[in-house]
Design a protein around this ligand. Structure first.
Ligand SMILES: Cc1ncc(COP(=O)(O)O)c(C=O)c1O
Length: 496
């Protein structure tokens, strides 16, 4: 590390003083943070073109005055507690410890007014057993293969690691995704139509940038995924929520006015878990064609189908080129990868690539190369087969445990995915109360709002539905969690 120190050889101050004063100022104004490792006296003397002894003497003074401290054989560090005792950071003569209200008038107003879903469970550390939604089993991550493919690509990667690559994604990955989508989802696309993104959230931002301005009418399911509703609304969309019934989106309620797009989760509706039947899919496609809307199909967890073969994606049935398809590896491999993709109709290929370039110049090459090899070598298909089996057993265990402790339970979303929705019986308190009671006993179960679902104020969805993710919970923990929940609810009903 080089420190920004200016030395004046012809100045009146000694060199040692100049170094001392410059480092002291950098510590006081927060440029050098507490705990930071300082460059060695040798490195600094070479940088400044002064003798090493001059730097050593300046360091000795900073240590003596408690700005720095040294650890034998490790190095010299910035002290946490400074002699001045507080960082009275000065900015244009004003202090940072002034109140927020005092500072606001001199700042430009923050124009962004959006909201975001909670992606990290804030109560995670209080829970022994957590039915948080949409998390792959942490033990399922294919670490060994990933390590091997990473090392291989790292070794042969240059100049891919030092240069920009196609912002829409590396061809190998786009091809691997296109090849996978044919048999897996019935979608016949060319690699050019695939845009690699930083998860579905970026895909939604990209689509919104392409198609939404203030007042643009957008159909969403009600209830729907907060991550989608909030991002669309942040671009100025006017959301038109359409009710979800026991068969998914009620297509008979679709508006016959000009709508730009409809955001839907037909394979496993989020959050209710129902699968949109074929007849409704056809009506949705016809409607989109008639009103000139794009359909944004979010196929977030369709890799897990527990009964029969998966229905072809709506994008696979599209004959008019009106479906924008979104896929993510957050559910099938892990959300930490931040990898997903968009499949766009041909007229959107160029504009989508332009937006992707403006957003971030493309995703990390190494991650893409590893994933491309993982898919094209057949390891991804193998990985999916393995975890499908695990998740099916966990779903069955959850259903059996609920039956065992609560009798004849009413569930939806059983046919696929990684969560089910439990319609609470009338003798139990509201979903939010159940969530709180469970949390007290160290078990995480979730009402809609906490499970990133948006009900548009239609409380009939949120008051009595509990969302239970089972994919990251072992069978033993599933059983114990439901048993603990049952005892906690019983105690509460007895007033203990
Ligand atoms: C409906 C839905 N879509 C998409 C995602 C995944 O988002 P990402 O790919 O940004 O991780 C989630 C995650 O919870 C989701 O529930």
């Amino acid at each position: 590390m080089q420190l920004p120190i200016k030395i004046e050889t012809s100045g009146v101050q000694s060199l040692q003083n100049q170094i001392f004063e410059s480092i002291r100022q950098q510590i006081l104004n927060g440029q050098l943070k507490s705990g930071m490792l300082m460059p060695s006296s040798r490195v600094l003397s070479e940088q400044l073109g002064v003798s090493r002894n001059t730097v050593v003497l300046a360091f000795d003074r900073l240590i003596a005055e408690d700005y720095l401290y040294s650890r034998k054989t490790v190095g010299t560090f910035v002290n946490a507690s400074l002699p001045e005792n507080s960082l009275m950071l000065r900015d244009n003569g004003r202090c940072y410890n002034e109140t927020r209200e005092e500072r606001q008038p001199i700042r430009h107003p923050i124009l962004f007014k959006g909201r975001a879903p909670t992606v990290v469970n804030p109560n995670r550390c209080k829970l022994d057993i957590d039915f948080w939604v949409g998390r792959p089993d942490p033990h399922s991550f294919p670490t060994n293969i990933w390590r091997r493919l990473t090392i291989r690509n790292l070794t042969s990667g240059n100049p891919n690691l030092t240069e920009y690559r196609d912002p829409a994604g590396i061809f190998g990955l786009r091809k691997a995704i296109a090849d996978h989508l044919g048999p897996a989802r019935g979608i016949n696309v060319s690699p050019e139509q695939v845009i690699v993104v930083n998860g579905s959230q970026e895909a939604l931002n990209l689509v919104a940038r392409l198609l939404i301005e203030k007042g643009t009418q957008v159909v969403t399911e009600c209830p729907c995924y907060q991550g989608a509703a909030y991002v669309l609304e942040s671009y100025g969309a006017k959301l038109i929520p359409i009710r979800v019934d026991k068969n998914g989106l009620d297509v008979s309620e679709l508006p016959q006015t000009r709508v730009s797009l409809a955001y839907v989760t037909p394979s496993h509706q989020y959050p209710m878990g129902v699968t949109l039947p074929l007849e409704r899919r056809v009506r949705l496609l016809d409607w989109a064609w008639e009103v000139g809307a794009y359909i944004v199909e979010d196929d977030y967890d369709s890799d897990f189908r527990h009964h029969g073969s998966p229905l072809t994606a709506v994008a696979g049935q599209d004959r008019h080129g009106c479906v924008i398809y979104m896929g993510t590896f957050s559910k099938s491999i892990g959300a930490g990868l931040r990898l997903g993709y968009l499949v766009v109709p041909s007229e959107l290929v160029n504009p989508a690539q332009t937006v992707k370039t403006l957003m971030d110049n493309g995703h990390s090459w190494l991650d893409q190369a590893v994933l491309a090899d993982f898919i094209s070598s057949g390891s991804y298909a193998q990985h999916l087969r393995r975890i499908r089996h695990t998740y099916l057993n966990r779903r069955d265990c959850l259903v059996n445990s609920l039956h065992k402790y609560f009798g004849d339970v009413q569930l939806s979303g059983l046919d696929g995915g990684m969560h089910v929705v439990w319609h609470l019986p009338t003798y139990l308190p509201s979903a939010e109360e159940v969530q709180n009671i469970a949390q007290e006993t160290g078990v995480g179960v979730y009402a809609m709002a906490a499970a990133a679902a948006h009900d548009f104020g239609h409380k009939e969805y949120s008051e009595r539905n509990l969302v239970l993710g089972y994919s990251s919970v072992s069978e033993k923990h599933i059983h114990d969690g439901i048993s603990r929940l049952a005892s906690a609810l019983e105690k509460t009903s007895r007033g203990d």
